[in-house]
Design a protein around this ligand. Structure first.
Ligand code: 5GP
Ligand code: SF4
Ligand code: MG
Length: 457
């Protein structure tokens, strides 16, 4: 998911729309915003893409200086209107709206505790749990109530909370999910990804720190800490796949890190081939790096139909497979008779790779050597990225050689965890650490619900 907030700009809702549009890749199942028009909080949201949701929005009726917004990537079974964020709670005492990017691992238990105390929850979203926890603590939502609520949760998150007179932003104590602060003139902007700042002409100022609670109001920006700040463990998948190449995540440019992953991969697992081909869009950076390091020419061997969205986020396997076919096509003249190194950023279920190897071979490639610019994903993510069961992870269930034969490649190699770390962490004092739990099984945060898995820590 992606979140966006703005404080102190007369076109708050429109800028939120632009910011969300820049972060469309973070979630395609729903989008919405809540604006404070000075008297009330007003909401506009819906299922689907940002442009679909906002094509009928009357921005003249969404006037106000403060807004928050959300793009949602839904997990299976949760694609209903009620779950589209921001969640808005109107109240005579104090209205509020919440938007969250991440996952609370103990949400089910918290929800059942709340229900036993008489709360009625209207959504199946974790975010609503936090709203109730805050209201239980005090009638008025303030720093203390927010800190108290967040401290009852465990997981990974970036939260935006809008009340009648304040905008709060918080990041989980391990800083697994990204959230940055920017300035647009006198206005404050908060976004999951810095590409949203560039979109609206805002300037990046700093990241929200792990365990930090930022309060923005007419008095400016105040910072407090709701939890002991751990070492930052930014989600490695933000670099591998999730973020846009032009974004800087935790002070590292995403394109640069991907290119370095490609270079590391070329030196770890070279291939005797004629050309290097990347799977558009997310693997192009790594393919360029691989080509540069190996000295092989980079070629456009696969093109993408730009009118098809991200295939991974489709909720069922049939839709995903159909999606890959609609989305990608080989450039026959480029690959015919050639030995091809095919770079993809990651393998989750193996759907994409299998189809593309087939595609390249049908188009006449004599050999296809698959090189994956991230380590094998063998463990589920409990922190908000939709890779949630062992069953669906091909690398959790099959050996390297089995994977090779399942995807029909002549050879396959993955980047090492060390190669991944080297590509992201340039300076340990600045970038600290990463979460790579889905690849290593070492989970920076654990709770009852992860104990069924291989949890490491
Ligand atoms: P697979 O097809 O193996 O199930 O998934 C891997 C492919 O999906 C890659 O091409 C990657 O670019 C894309 N993808 C889309 N969303 C995600 C995501 O959230 N995580 C990962 N690792 N890959 C994703
Ligand atoms: Fe990111 Fe993987 Fe960690 Fe989930 S487990 S937060 S996808 S690195
Ligand atoms: Mg891809």
């Amino acid at each position: 998911c992606g979140i966006f907030g703005i404080w102190g700009h007369p076109k708050a809702a429109e800028l939120t729309y632009y910011g969300l549009h820049a972060m469309q890749h973070r979630g395609q199942d729903g989008a919405g915003l809540v604006v404070n028009n000075g008297k009330r909080l007003l909401s506009h949201k819906g299922l689907g893409l940002v442009n679909d949701v906002f094509s009928f929005a009357e921005f003249s009726q969404l006037s106000g200086n403060v807004a928050i917004g959300h793009v949602r990537s839904a997990t299976e079974g949760s694609q209903v209107y009620e779950n589209v964020q921001p969640l808005l709670f109107q109240s005579q005492i104090q209205s509020m709206a919440l938007a969250n990017n991440g996952n609370l691992m103990n949400a089910d238990r918290l929800q059942s505790e709340l229900e036993h105390k008489g709360s009625i929850l209207q959504t199946s979203s974790d975010t609503e749990v936090v709203a109730h926890l805050m209201k239980q603590r005090s009638m008025e939502v303030n720093e203390t109530a927010i800190a108290d609520a967040l401290n009852q949760t465990s997981g990974a998150y970036g939260f935006l909370i809008l009340t009648d007179d304040k905008l709060y932003a918080a990041v989980d104590p391990n800083g697994i999910r990204p959230l940055s602060i920017g300035r647009l003139g006198d206005a404050y902007v908060v976004a999951s990804e810095s590409c949203a700042f560039d979109q609206i002409g805002a300037v990046f100022e700093r990241d929200v720190l792990p365990g930090e609670l930022v309060t923005i109001s007419d008095d400016g920006l105040q910072s407090s800490r709701f939890a002991m700040r751990g070492q930052r463990r930014m989600c490695a998948m933000e670099y591998v796949y999730l973020s846009r190449p032009d974004s800087d995540v935790n002070a590292v440019n995403v394109h640069a890190s991907r290119k370095q992953m490609g270079k590391e991969l070329a030196s770890e697992a070279p291939a005797a081939a004629d050309i290097v081909v990347g799977v558009p869009d997310s693997s192009i950076s790594a393919a360029i790096g691989f080509a540069e390091e190996s000295g092989l020419p980079y070629e456009m061997g696969i093109i993408k139909n730009r009118y098809v969205g991200r295939t991974f986020i489709q909720p069922s396997q049939e839709l995903r497979e159909q999606g890959v076919k609609m989305k990608l096509a080989p450039v026959r003249g480029m690959v015919e008779g050639k030995k091809v190194v095919m770079i993809d950023d990651s393998i989750v279920r193996g759907t994409t790779c299998k189809r593309i190897v087939q595609m390249l071979k049908h188009a006449g490639a004599s050999e296809v050597h698959v090189r994956i610019a991230s380590p094998t994903i063998q463990h589920p993510c409990f922190y908000g990225i939709d890779m949630s069961t062992y069953d669906e992870l091909i690398a959790a269930n099959y050996s390297l050689d089995q994977i090779r034969s399942m995807i029909g490649a002549d050879s396959v190699s993955f980047l090492s965890v060390t190669g991944l770390e080297k590509s992201i962490i340039k300076d340990k004092t600045i970038h600290q650490g990463i979460c790579a739990a889905c690849m290593t099984g070492y989970y920076p945060v654990t709770t009852d619900s992860t104990n069924s898995g291989n949890t490491g820590s």
